[in-house]
Each structure stands twice: as C-alpha cells, then as structure tokens.
Design a protein around this ligand. Structure first.
Ligand code: DGL
Length: 257
C-alpha cells in the first residue's frame, strides 16, 4: 500500500495521477480536512501535522509515502526522511522544479508557507542557476478550490489580481500547491495560451513509479481507500469530482490524528 497525504482535497490530483501511472498499486489517501489550511501555518506546526499524518498511514503498513502537499513537502520532507530512513518518501516539489527548470522566466504560485520556505526557488536554482524565479503566495485559491469555485468571472478576477504585473515575458507557471490544478483552466484564461503550466501531479507519479521499480516494491491489487479528518460528505463530493468516479460518503473513513 502506498500512503498519500495532503491537508485536504488538493492531493487528490496526485492520487489520480498515481492511479493512472500505477493501476495495480493499493493507494491509501489521507486528507487532513480538519486542520486545513497548512499554507498559513508555521513550519513547526506543519512538521507536527505531517508527522501525525505519516504515523496514521504507517498504522496501515504503507510501503512508501507520497507527500501530496507542497507546503508539507517544503517544511517536513527532511524531518520525515530522517524519522523514517527505511521508508521511501517522495514529495511534490522536486518533480515540479525539474520541469520548471527547463525555462528561464518562471512564476511559482503557492501557499504563503511554501513561498516563505523558498523551497521552489532553491530547487529550480540548483538545476538552472540563471533562472529568474518569482514566487507569489495565493492562499485564497486554496479556499476557492475546496469550495468548488474553480471557474467564472470572480475566480478569474482573483487569479488576475494575484498575477498582476508578474506575467510579462513569463515562460512557465508552476502550480506550486496541489489544490491549484483544479483552477488550471481559469489560470490558463488569465495567462494566455503560450505560458507552460507545470502541474507536478504527473511528474510526481512518475517519480514514485521509478522509485518503487528500482526498490522492487511494486505490486498490489489496485485498491483505493480514502481517509479524512473531518467533513466526510464534503470530502466525498469533491473527491468524486477530482477522481471522475462516484465516491459515497460512507466510503470515506474518518480518522483522528
Ligand atoms: N495543497 C497544499 C499545498 O500543496 C496546501 C493547501 C493548504 O494551504 O493547506 O501546499
């Protein structure tokens, strides 16, 4: 079983990509909906939450962990790797940075916590030192994605306000929060057709497949289980929308971390 966690529903974009990339794997997803958002919390709090989420997933004997949240990856990846040296741990920032680093002028749209951590800028500069990277905190987009507000004039107006003055000569825009792919059609309308949109879901799924293949850890029955810390009905509704399949509220297991 592969354990996947996010602060809420955003990581379901990564779960969907994992399901497509690794159809035979057993997937266990945990959305910490009771404590969302992570993006405005201190690094210490996010590390503590990530540790608790991982401990809950480990009770189900996961063989690998995917941190499907940029904020948790930015703050907690090193702590998780140090705490569980035997467990393969894959975050979403490295794979997205690798794609973005092919371009020169890059904008990262992320949570306040991810922007403050400087994680994307560091990861991109490590691969492309001359790249011009600007990171913009766009926390309101997390709430809009959770709320199901993904299109329409109001949504585009909020995106346009966040991006004001930052799109001149832009080559790539990184969706540096796993909630943001939900808004990608609206983001695309605001930035136009020529800018590359980097969504790390697919690249992360490929990185997981590569890691499990090299560790000879592949194999399962293709099952999927969904856990959440609050709001089963709402979680099921958004999950169905994200995954493109029906999800009954009873199928979402509530857990305490
Ligand atoms: N989905 C999370 C991320 O990728 C953050 C949303 C939140 O603020 O909790 O950063």
């Amino acid at each position: 079983m592969i354990g996947v966690f996010d602060s809420g529903v955003g990581g379901l974009t990564v779960l969907k990509a994992l399901r497509a990339e690794l159809p035979d794997e057993d997937l266990l997803y945990l959305g910490d909906t009771a404590r969302l958002p992570y993006g405005t919390k201190s690094p210490e709090t996010v590390v503590a939450y990530a540790m608790q989420a991982t401990a809950a997933l480990l009770r189900h004997n996961i063989k690998a962990l995917v941190i499907a949240c940029n904020t948790a990856t930015a703050h907690a990846l090193p702590a998780l790797v140090a705490a569980y040296p035997q467990l393969p741990v894959i975050g979403v920032i490295g794979p997205g940075a690798q794609v973005a680093a092919q371009y020169k002028k890059i904008l990262v749209l992320a949570t306040e916590g991810t922007v403050r951590s400087g994680a994307y800028t560091r990861a991109i500069h490590a691969l492309h030192p001359a790249a011009q990277v600007e990171a913009i905190p766009a926390g309101l987009l997390v709430a809009m994605a959770e709320e199901g507000w993904t299109s329409g004039a109001e949504v585009e107006a909020v995106i346009a306000r966040y991006l004001k003055g930052a799109t001149e000569g832009l080559e790539a825009l990184v969706l540096g929060c796993t909630h943001f792919p939900l808004l990608s059609d609206s983001i695309r309308k605001v930035i136009g057709a020529d800018v590359i949109l980097v969504d790390s879901a697919q690249t992360t799924a490929k990185a997981v497949a590569k890691s499990l293949t090299s560790l000879k850890l592949l194999g399962g029955t293709g099952s999927m289980r969904l856990l959440a810390t609050d709001g089963r009905e709402r979680f099921a509704k958004v999950a169905a929308q994200f995954l493109g399949q029906s999800v009954a509220p009873e199928a979402v297991e509530l857990v305490n971390l």
